[in-house]
Design a protein around this ligand. Structure first.
Ligand code: PAF
Length: 254
């Protein structure tokens, strides 16, 4: 497969999507904020195996960041991202925030219950931003299948719920979390961990499994993590912690 085609303008992308290259093709879609790692690569590989065309979006979505410093510090590595996607992806869309939000974010998707819990309780407005941008991207890409990682379990559940609520066409495919050899879930934020904190972070998924959610939270605090929450939903233990100023989330089956 040749190098992916890069689409920086939404109008040009829509013309391409409606044109002969996509006619009669199944389309796999992997939405990302860039800073791709082996976890994203696994999503792209699955999309490649299951579809004729694979579209990757790279868009650091400002509306899902409730902390401006976090948005500013989010790694932007487009050249490396395109290199990692080479051979797996046919098209990369890289829209600007101005084009994605022509309405200035006056229109948004909001879920009124689960989105307010866990991540949503700690990051007000986060899931409004996620759901809104995912809906926009799904409209633009018109995928047969979209691929989401189980690491962002609450995001995945809310995207599925939105797809059902709004009768969105296409399938939402869940893909297992990819972990480093020491068990830490891969995340674009891991690269912000200082080496000593990266070593300590490996304890997060192990301690998350401990006894009850309260016991896990206590064990995590004892190991030097600041704990935002540990909770269980539908047989899944979810947690969010901070270490060395970096916020990490993970989940394990219990
Ligand atoms: O999981 C992510 O990287 C983002 O939340 C997503 C789904 C690309 C929306 O910006």
């Amino acid at each position: 497969m040749s190098a992916p085609r890069l689409h920086e303008s939404i109008a040009a992308w829509r013309a391409e999507r409606a044109g002969p290259r996509f006619a009669g093709c199944t389309v796999g879609f992997v939405p990302t904020m860039g800073a791709l790692h082996a976890g994203h690569r696994a999503l792209l590989e699955r999309a490649r195996a299951e579809n004729d065309r694979v579209v990757l979006s790279v868009f650091v979505n400002p509306t899902q960041f409730n902390d401006p410093t976090d948005l500013e510090k989010y790694p932007r590595t487009l050249a490396e991202d395109v290199a990692l996607a080479r051979g797996l992806v046919t098209d990369v869309i890289v829209p600007t925030a101005e084009e994605m939000y022509p309405d200035g974010y006056r229109y948004r998707v909001s879920e009124g219950e689960f989105s307010r819990e866990l991540e949503g309780a700690h990051r007000p407005g986060h899931f409004d931003g996620v759901l809104t941008v995912v809906l926009k991207l799904l409209q633009l890409v018109q995928p047969t299948r979209s691929y989401f990682g189980e690491k962002d379990w609450q995001q995945l559940a809310l995207v599925r719920g939105m797809a059902t609520a709004f009768f969105l066409p296409g399938e939402i495919v869940a893909c297992p979390t990819v972990r480093d050899a020491d068990g830490l879930a891969l995340s674009s934020r891991n690269r912000r961990l200082a080496p000593a904190d990266r070593a300590r972070a490996a304890a997060f998924p192990k301690l998350l499994r401990a006894g009850t959610p309260e016991a896990a939270a206590q064990a995590l605090r004892g190991a030097g993590f600041e704990v935002d929450y540990v909770a269980e939903r539908d047989g899944v233990r979810l947690g969010a912690v901070r270490i060395g100023g970096v916020r990490l989330i993970d989940n394990v089956r219990v």
